[in-house]
Design a protein around this ligand. Sequence first.
Ligand code: SF4
Length: 696
Amino acid sequence: MNDAATDTHCPYCALQCGMGLRRTDGPVPVTVVERPSFPVNQGALCGKGSNAAAVLAPGARLTTPLVRVDGELRPAGWDEALDRITEALAATARTHGRDAVGVFGGGGLTNEKAYLLGKFARVVLGTSAIDYNGRFCMSSAAAGGIRAFGLDRGLPFPVEDIPKAGCVILVGGNPAETMPPFVRYLRELQENGGRLIVVDPRRTRTAELADLHLAPRPGTDLALALGMLHLVVAGGLTDEAFIADRTTGWAETRAAAMAHWPEHVESVTGVPLPQLREAVRLFCEAPTGMVLTARGPEQQAKGTDTVSAWINLCLATGNAGRPNAGYGCLTGQGNGQGGREHGQKADQLPGYRKLDDPAARAHVAAVWGVDPESLPGPGRSAYELLDSLGTDVRALLLMGSNPVVSAPHSQHVTGRLRSLDFLAVSDVVLSETAALADVVLPVTQWAEETGTMTNLEGRVILRRKAVDAPGGVRSDLDVMHALAGRLGHGEGFPTEPEKVFDELRRASAGGPADYAGISYERIAAEDGVFWPCPSAEHPGTPRLFLDRFATPDGRARFTAVQHRPAAEEPDDAFPVRLTTGRVLAQYQSGAQTRRVAELNAASPGAFVELHPRLAERLGIQDGEQVAVVSRRGRTVTPARLTTAIRPDTVFMPFHWPGAANANVHTNPALDPVSRMPEFKACAVRLEPAGGPAPAD
Ligand code: SF4
């Protein structure tokens, strides 16, 4: 068989690279081929994308429901599995109240699934206890964007604008490993004469490309941004006309920045003052500038304020609301953008509406055909929801997430999951979280189903079904339809993705993330449509804020912010900073990529990266097993020595479970605005654990 390829997109990150899938006669039912016509990646794929078809192979995924009997998960029929979920959810609500039933979603779910999951929670279960793992991804950037601009869209411009900026500051992101095809935009920037500044405690592959690399201590990006703003003001480099015409709140922000003396910033961040001055010079001499943040500054207990500090730098220099300039966030998860717009977040309704807004409730309730009064109010954030399992929330339905590996303080979260009266998980593979469940539902994935995603630019794209799922597998939409029917809601939960999308369009109409004018036909014809797009005649909005910001007065808002230490600073018992992140060949919790032989060959396991000077002081050899110990637990992984990291900091990738799981250590201290946990900075000590690492 060698028919034409089906145009679709990668199953992994927020770049959502275009690819083709061609049917084969082999055990893997499709092969990935280039799709040069899609503008974002123009055919380029990283190893994760080019090997994506492997997760469709028999043996790599679940093909039958599993039900726990006498402590063991056993194969079961769909009716038995669905009945068991229905009975458990209904009994829990009867006995403990509706909020005792929780729902946990994922930033990889299609817009249709995320939308229907939010509706299922509020209409069928009547629970406020819903949130999703995207909270752990970009919620600080979202909160900072809304605070400043009145709207959160990861990038307010298409990626094609990045090479046209004069200078880009990339803060705490490593796209050379996390989304390699994106790097071409940074290279084009430099080929055009623009300058790239990378802020990262590690000299990553991305930092290697930079014209200037600043390596602050983890958790001090906020001080760094304040120091830069201080130098901008002191140097008379502010754009006073822009500040006067298009912003509010400058006086307080200026005063806060002037209180952060550059010498103090140097001592807090560890970034030499001449480098700080050079960064300001490069940024302010450029005709236009952009600041792009990623998880480094965002995954902190002060992540929202840190994002605000970088936005303040953009606003003070006039780098917002005009072409080829501005602040943006490099969203991480595949549908990190769309997943936060349509109602699986604890405080949101579809269209990025707020659940506590009476007009929003009335609009969405009318689309859903329910009384606005029947909709529950806002619920807990993701970590708070997970922390309440077994006490307040007694039964949980979880879709497309693996918090046993990906949640902060993961051993505690695993304990909370084990303490539930009932756990149901729908997933493609038997993830570490699914292995704890009472019922596991095998669901379709990516190439086996159609649905829309919204990439990091706010471009709504269409993933097309390329191959039938194995027998025994159903879609998440089927699951919600079946459960809703069993729970007395026979109507309102369609199983056809396009029908769900059409309802989503109506529910989002008039909201900040307005999809009303976007259709499957338009997406196919236009290579995606940028929201907001309020009508079929509207061209979509690739570039936001050019005329006005989305605030009531149309002005961007400065927010005066202060640096503060990480929630857990090093001390005598735990003297080293730990930061975490990703590697090239694995993705998030690794539930899919750890099952792909080519990716495992490239990145077979966890490690702890440390500087040779720190290693010498601790008597640790390269490749030796090292125990990392924090207040929350102990892991053992091989040491990897490199001069590319600060001597006061160690790094662990977070893709692996068990004794190698970096999230054993990460600190669940939450940002007060975004409720983002502090993944990026905690305190640990290192001890030789004896012997070389076992051979892979
Ligand atoms: S960069 Fe992201 S979307 Fe593109 S191929 Fe790699 S994982 Fe997939």
